[in-house]
Design a protein around this ligand. Structure first.
Ligand SMILES: [Zn+2]
Length: 701
């Protein structure tokens, strides 16, 4: 019933959205306008503090540095049902960026006193810091479902204000007051340095918390002019955390390590990141900056820095067929049990030389480690740096082992590796490597279609990158006719496509990759009444692969303002004139079912409107009855039918849960058990008047 209602809501919602169609070939999710957070909120007529901050009555601006206003390192959250499906997936991806680059983690709420309720309100906004209000709202409204927008709003929630409101900002930017809409000038206030702490970090033009140059303007001219003009088009980036954003966050929260980062190595230091040469092989890997047969330079610096720029090289020209060279990483200690190994590989040897990736895993039974082959990389293209990802699933301490293997045929060079990164994250499913890139920017030739790829569910798809416009690059996701179409569900339900333009910085922690996600809504229709995501052989147009094979291509769904050409040419998006677009298409239907059964859907809302839970208790419907779910802390809890009674103990309640699905099941059990136990306990207490036994043992898992 609830799903049905949601479906109709989405159905009508999509009818509204689709009326803005621009070209028959593709659909722009944001109407072809690059709307920043402030534009979205302004368009909605919101009058929030500095555009996207919700203040409460008692807030002063120095509060963020007070310990009281910080969150614990693991923040409890609820993804409310009101959120768009795409937003839910993007929020989870934003959490992964926090896990990789900071010590902040997130967990589904299981009754902690304070948590962040992420919901679809009007616009994108948050409060600043932990307000200790129980359920603290953070809105991800329409068009706010961009990863850096979500990172930005969560940085507010973690205690950060906007960068250009620092006390020293006038040293770095000029505010052109006459260009600001009248009545909006207060959005450009600064804070006294006695009350706001910039944590001894320099002013950061690249901060994801900085306004863009067009914020609150009354015409077309910029409201913020940077004193170093090179930064005029840098401010307002919404790609990822900047290095200083991370430094500040890590200082405020005393971070020393992150949850998912493991290792990064560009071989610039002679200790080669603690890697060791294998024994029992035929030759060693060499740390060099140029190989006779290629490459001419390393990948990290592309030969731009004198006296640096190293990589590891297995010279296959000097050994016989079958010879090997082994390089092992230092010992690594996994926390999450899944890893992504990423590196660049250059082949200047024989086309049949190969690189084998092993894991040497250590356990109590096997102190010397057991060697398991994970992947054999064969047919490595020659003559340029290629990007590879290898998925690992290791739970014990381990080493990564690279084994160069000499194949048949003539070799004038060998295999080279550089810029290795290992993290406990999911690997992208596909890589689209685009060569000779620069000449395509702004050129009529810059209309590119990726090769055909298959999603994990079996849907065939293609990415369209449009570089032909003068200022911005567009990106679109298309379903295309594929081999499994007869077995698949149509219209295609809830597949989220995540398209990432890779920032090829050698260190994964410093990358500011540009990412957009779109999700297939099976109820979305086009002007002519057909389903947008129906089978491409039915609704698509005829297209041809370069080899002449005919296929059908559904309409594209994406944005014409994926990234400006200016930004595209910045950082390390283009390296050696090559670009990599990482693609993941995954089924997110499971996010349709809610994490928290208390969120209002029509049937539940009615039942819950009849009762009021006290002390931040939340109403939930169980067995068609409205019940209060009471907040629980480490050594206290609320109980009673309306959470009106407080209890406490020194014993600790431990509720350990690890996934959203288990949370849902466990929450049901916990609530049922707690309601039963609370009532039982209550009866015991009132009858015996003896309070020796505590509730905790009955709660404990
Ligand atoms: Zn903001």
């Amino acid at each position: 019933m609830r799903l049905w209602n949601l479906s109709w809501f989405l159905f009508f919602d999509s009818l509204l959205v689709i009326s803005g169609l621009q070209t028959p070939e593709s659909f722009d999710i944001d109407g072809g306008i690059d709307q920043d957070i402030f534009d979205i909120n302004e368009g909605l007529g919101l009058d929030l503090f500095e555009g996207d901050i919700r203040l409460d009555g008692v807030q002063d601006r120095n509060s963020i540095i007070g310990e009281n206003y910080r969150w614990p390192h693991t923040i409890p959250y609820v993804l409310e049902d009101s959120l768009e499906m795409n937003a839910k997936g993007v929020i989870l991806n934003a959490f992964e960026r926090y896990r990789l680059k900071t010590c902040i983690d997130f967990k589904p709420w299981t009754g902690e006193a304070n948590y962040i309720s992420v919901f679809k309100g009007s616009g994108c906004w948050s409060s600043v810091g932990n307000r200790h209000v129980g359920r603290q709202e953070l809105s991800i409204g329409a068009n706010c479902d961009r990863i850096a927008t979500i990172q930005h709003e969560f940085l507010h929630a973690l205690g950060f204000w906007h960068e250009q409101s620092r006390s020293d900002r006038d040293d770095y930017v000029r505010i052109i007051w006459e260009r600001i809409q009248s009545g909006k000038e207060h959005n450009f206030n600064t804070y006294d340095d006695k009350v706001s702490d910039s944590l001894n970090v320099p002013y950061d033009y690249t901060s994801v918390m900085h306004y863009s140059k067009t914020a609150f303007r009354n015409g077309t001219e910029p409201t913020i002019v940077t004193r170093i003009s090179d930064f005029e088009d840098v401010i307002g980036q919404r790609m990822d955390f900047s290095d200083y954003d991370l430094l500040k966050l890590n200082r405020l929260y005393n971070c020393s390590s992150s949850l998912s980062f493991m290792d990064s190595c560009d071989f610039e230091l002679e200790n080669v990141c603690g890697m060791i040469q294998g024994s029992g092989d035929n030759t060693d890997w060499q740390r060099i900056s140029r190989a006779p047969g290629g490459p001419e330079s390393d990948h990290s610096n592309m030969g731009q820095c004198q006296g640096s720029g190293f990589f590891m090289h297995f010279d296959s020209s000097s050994v016989n067929m079958g010879a090997t060279a082994v390089l092992e990483s230092r010992m690594l200690y996994p926390k999450r049990g899944f890893q992504c190994l990423q590196f660049y590989l250059y082949n200047s040897g024989s086309g049949s030389d190969q690189l084998n990736i092993y894991i040497r895993e250590y356990s109590a039974d096997n102190v010397n480690g057991s060697l398991n082959l994970v992947e054999e990389l064969k047919d490595i293209p020659t003559g340029n740096w290629q990007l590879y990802h290898v998925t690992l699933k290791v739970t014990n301490k381990f080493r990564v082992v690279f084994e160069g293997h000499r194949g048949s045929g003539a070799s004038l060079g060998g295999l080279s590796i550089d810029d290795i990164n290992l993290s406990e994250t999911r690997c992208p499913h596909h890589i689209w490597h685009i060569r000779n890139f620069t000449q395509l920017i702004g050129s009529p030739e810059g209309i590119l279609y990726s090769p055909a790829f298959y999603s994990s569910k079996g849907y065939a798809f293609q990415i369209h990158l449009n570089l032909s416009h003068l200022t911005d690059a567009g990106i679109y996701f298309h379903l295309i006719s594929g081999a499994n179409d007869d077995q698949l569900q149509w219209p295609c339900p809830w597949q989220q496509a995540t398209m990432t333009l890779l920032d090829q910085n050698p260190d994964i922690r410093q990358r500011m990759s540009n990412q957009r996600s779109v999700t297939t809504d099976p109820f979305m229709t086009t002007d002519n009444g057909s389903y947008f995501w129906d089978r491409p052989s039915k609704v698509g147009t005829v297209a041809f692969f370069p080899n002449g094979t005919e296929f059908r291509r559904g309409r594209g769904y994406g944005t014409s303002t994926f990234i400006t050409h200016e930004r595209l040419k910045s950082r390390n998006f283009i390296k050696g004139n090559d670009v990599f677009i990482l693609l993941t298409v995954e089924d997110i239907s499971h996010l349709n079912s809610t994490q928290d059964p208390s969120v209002p859907t029509p049937g539940i809302k009615d039942l819950c409107s009849e009762i009021t839970c006290q002390n931040d208790g939340i109403c939930a419907v169980q067995d068609d009855k409205a019940v209060c779910r009471c907040p629980v802390g480490e050594d206290w809890w609320y109980m009673g039918e309306r959470c009106e009674k407080r209890g406490s103990t020194r014993d600790t309640i431990v509720i350990a849960v690890s996934s959203t699905v288990t949370v849902f099941a466990l929450m049901l059990i916990i609530t049922l058990v707690s309601v039963y136990c609370t009532r039982k306990k209550y009866r015991q207490r009132t009858s015996s008047n003896a309070v020796n036994k505590t509730l905790e043992n009955e709660y404990a898992f």
